[in-house]
Design a protein around this ligand. Structure first.
Ligand code: UD1
Length: 414
């Protein structure tokens, strides 16, 4: 990539990865479901691979994926498939609900630090699932079916909320999830399941009530816009000094991010399903940015905003409250001239006027996207390696940026 090109133009935001993945898992409970606006990503391909391995038929036509799960699927996910995508644990609830049993390998640690699944497991146990750790494999059984339960999560975990919601759809009785996650992807999953005949209600305080039904039926559903991809493209436009009209976005899902662009000096216009950002000549520093469960500032947007603040006039401070190890991109940004000091959960970014090109490695999905954002504003050539991380979550990133005026190309490496 060669930096210092102003981005200008219109871009339609992709469907949400984090909404599509649990919906694909939930498709196991329906005889057939057609999922529109399903982004074409390696994580989505991994989820489809798991469904096929379980015995479903999957077919993609453009941005629509049809999953047929009419016969009783397998209940075992091989370790190699579990490793392809760490969030594959979300298949657990769907498999026990559909087959009465499930066997998956224990998902290991990951680039964001250890990612325990204790809340997923204790929720399912309350619903009647017996779980045994069998030499690195989790053996889950609910031969007499699942029953409703009152589950209070100690932390509003997105994945645990989703797993319990899916498992509860066909359980006997009603399940309540207190302190459930409130991310828009939870609402998306509820809408998909309800379209298939589930009875899920989300109270204004976020409590989820799921009244079990006998079975789900065929459905069609359109995945919500990807709020993190949207935030990333807005950061890209901001660092390039450009102007971007993002269409197909949901501004209501970005209420924690939009004021930060404005704080940095950008002019932001909101329409019903579009966001327009005009960057200032020089970006200003951000106030303290604390990552929080939704509706707070999303941890997934921390890295792209850090890339943006590394070019701001002044000091910005980030506090990462969700994951233990989510600053690996800081070292790579430093190779491009960013001045970032880390202390535990806190990152202090002294803005610099200019970054310079460098050879950098993606450390994880959002960290990788942050390197691309920084490279757009760096003098000279940047080579971003290990882009398989980026491909997990951004559809056609280089094509989209290039259409907006960036000098970026993908080169195959041996
Ligand atoms: C999801 C998103 C991810 C996002 C995260 C937080 C998907 C596919 N991924 O991940 O992009 O960064 O939400 O918004 O949707 N935890 C436990 N025990 C558990 C479960 C979680 O201790 O049983 C901890 C985690 O280690 C982490 C925190 O809770 O520190 C939040 O995790 P969670 O909300 O579950 O995130 P994911 O669902 O993994």
């Amino acid at each position: 990539m060669n930096g210092l090109r102003r981005l200008e133009g219109t871009l339609r935001v992709q469907g949400s990865k984090n909404a599509a993945l649990p919906i694909l898992a939930a498709a196991l409970l329906t005889p057939k479901s057609t999922i529109h606006n399903c982004p074409d990503l390696s994580d989505v391909a991994a989820a489809i691979h798991i469904l096929e391995d379980l015995g479903c038929r999957c077919c993609r036509e453009g941005s629509s994926v049809t999953v047929t799960a009419d016969s009783c699927p397998q209940s075992f996910i091989a370790d190699s498939l579990m490793r392809e995508m760490r969030s594959s644990v979300v298949f657990l609830g769907a498999m026990v609900a559909r087959c009465g049993k499930a066997r998956i390998s224990f998902p290991g640690g990951c680039e964001l630090g250890p990612r325990p699944i204790d809340m997923h497991l204790s929720g399912l146990q309350k619903m009647g699932v017996f779980i045994r750790d069998d030499g690195g494999y989790l053996d889950c059984r609910a031969e007499n079916g699942l029953h409703g339960a009152r589950i209070a999560l100690p932390f509003p975990s997105v994945g645990a909320t989703e797993n319990i919601m899916i498992a509860a759809c066909t359980a006997k009785g009603t399940t309540e999830i207190h302190n459930a996650a409130r991310e828009p992807e939870i609402g998306g999953l509820a809408d998909f399941l309800n379209a298939a005949g589930a009875r899920i209600r989300i109270a204004p305080d976020g409590t989820v009530f799921i009244e079990g039904v006998k079975q789900l039926h065929e459905c069609e559903y359109t995945v919500i816009a990807d709020r993190i991809a949207a935030a990333t493209y807005l950061c890209a436009a901001a660092v390039s000094g450009g102007r971007l009209l993002l269409t197909g976005a949901d501004p209501g899902h970005l209420t924690a991010c939009i004021p930060l662009y404005e704080q940095a000096g950008c002019t932001v216009h909101i329409r019903e399903d579009a966001i327009e950002l005009q960057a200032p000549k020089r970006l200003g520093a951000l106030p303290i940015v604390r990552t929080m469960p939704y509706p707070g500032f999303p941890t997934d947007a921390q890295a792209p905003f850090m890339a943006m603040s590394s070019l701001a006039a002044g000091t910005s401070v980030f506090v990462e409250n969700i994951f233990e190890n989510r600053y690996k991109h800081a070292g790579e940004l430093a190779r491009m001239g960013a001045d970032i000091k880390l202390e535990g959960r806190v990152a202090v970014v002294e803005g610099t006027e200019r970054l310079h090109g460098a050879s950098v490695n993606c450390t994880d999905l959002r960290g990788g996207a942050a390197l691309v954002v920084a490279a757009l504003a760096a003098e000279g050539e940047t080579v971003v390696r290990e882009i398989r991380h980026i491909e997990r979550g951004y559809e056609a990133l280089e094509k989209n940026l290039s259409l907006l005026g960036a000098d970026i190309r993908r080169v195959a490496e041996d």
